[in-house]
Design a protein around this ligand. Sequence first.
Ligand code: URA
Length: 204
Amino acid sequence: PARALAAMAAQEPASLEALNAVIRASEPLVPGATQAVLGEGPLGAAIAFVGEQPGDQEDLQGRPFVGPAGQLLARALREAGIDRDRSYLTNAVKHFKFEMRGKRRLHQSPTAGEVAHYRWWLDRELAFVAPRLVVALGATAVLALSGRQIPITRARGPAAFAGKPFDGFITVHPSYLLRLPDAARPEAYEAFVGDLRRAALLAA
Ligand code: URA
């Protein structure tokens, strides 16, 4: 099986399932993750969302955006009139990276090198899904999609990712909203929902 997997990885995977099998069988770049967290949603979804990397809950459950940031995203999607089940959700990096703080596993941001390593997968994954619009949630997703470090505050809104066969849209990551002081959160959340509404119109 190891040799069969190596052979599969060396070739272009012929389907999203074949690609996912390769990802699932791959070791995390940084040891420690429970499992690879694959993208979720239908092929042909009009809109795809790219986050950073799975968090603690995603790592344990094996599904993207099921932890606190994912729940906030789900709420914002509902308010923006976007059906999560008809959208595609994935991450730039497929394994959770963390440091232990007591008994807690604290998220660590992936390095640019780690993002580059996972980029080959993300490109193929999105080619199979073939969405009309890809929404980058935060700076890591922007780096994965554009190859460039771009400040979100400047780039927020419709975007073109060079060489990509879909339209782009840049907004903040939902975990950024969770880190804001309480007083700043409602306004930032409304702006996020506003971005999602705009994105929905562009994907329609
Ligand atoms: N944050 C992400 O970027 N992705 C997830 O799946 C969960 C939290």
